[in-house]
Design a protein around this ligand. Structure first.
Ligand SMILES: Nc1ncnc2c1ncn2[C@@H]1O[C@H](COP(=O)(O)OP(=O)(O)OP(=O)(O)O)[C@@H](O)[C@H]1O
Ligand SMILES: [Mg+2]
Length: 231
């Protein structure tokens, strides 16, 4: 479904990615793991067309999207839940949600379906974005991405800063979303939770993917976990 080959990305003169390659199959839940500053966010922002890549190829369902601007990538079916959530502070939760609704295709995910997924959010639908808790903002960010009817969802720091109970709600929602056939690419620091949810993992280290394997393989690879994740 997604094939990323030899991505090289710079910020000015500073090189952040040194040839990132990995792939994801339809229906799969895959992670990008790695310590701070190793290039996970840069990788997905390069895929999304948010950060311009220097060289490399990104294919989505057989289409070369390497030079697509972000709105076109989104339209093709990749939904992003960005690091920091980026909720509009002066719009209500409901307005935030419907802001990304599409008129060009029939909505598979409407607001009602999002509220069914997150009843906590339904109860806060009239609250302004800046008055929502971190957990509610993350539910909203996931809902907003779903409203674009993606085939692939990418979450950058899916549960960062959230309390354990809210984290559980987020993981359960992703489990429900995946059972609908969506592929998911997750960045998160809670390896234990990811081991349960994800099929495969990619470790990003110094701007490259240095290891790929299943949860069982990562479980057994104590040396890899220690070396690249400090766990
Ligand atoms: N806007 C930017 N301008 C310049 N350098 C940047 C910018 N964003 C990231 N970098 C640099 O690129 C490298 C990769 O950063 P990136 O944010 O992709 O890492 P990350 O793996 O997502 O880290 P974290 O786990 O902290 O989110 C780092 O050296 C970082 O300092
Ligand atoms: Mg990041």
């Amino acid at each position: 479904m997604l094939s990323v080959s030899d991505l090289v990305t710079h910020y000015g003169h500073s090189q952040a990615l040194y040839g990132v390659s990995f792939s994801l199959t339809a229906g799969e839940v895959v992670t990008l793991l790695g310590r701070n500053g190793m290039g996970k966010t840069t990788t997905i922002n390069s895929i999304m067309g948010i950060v311009p890549k220097t060289v490399g190829c990104v294919e989505f369902e057989g289409t070369d999207i390497s030079s697509y601007p972000s709105y076109k990538v989104a339209k093709l079916g990749i939904g992003l839940v960005p690091e920091g959530r980026q909720i509009f502070p002066n719009l209500s939760a409901h307005e935030n949600l419907i802001a990304t609704a599409r008129e060009d295709i029939s909505q598979i995910w409407g607001a009602e379906r999002i509220y069914d997924l997150f009843p906590e959010l339904a109860a806060r639908k009239n609250s302004m974005g800046n008055l929502l808790s971190g957990g509610e903002q993350q539910m909203l960010a996931i809902g907003r991405a779903l409203m674009t009817n993606p085939k692939l969802m990418i979450l950058d720091e899916a549960t960062e800063g959230l309390a354990p109970l809210i984290r559980k709600t987020i993981w359960e929602s992703l489990d429900r979303i995946r059972s609908d056939g969506l592929a998911i690419l997750i960045i998160d620091k809670n390896l234990k939770d990811l081991m349960k949810l994800a099929d495969r993992h990619h470790i990003v280290h110094k701007g490259q993917v240095v290891w790929t394997g299943t949860s069982q393989e990562l479980e057994r690879a104590a040396d890899i976990r220690a070396k690249y994740l400090g766990l």
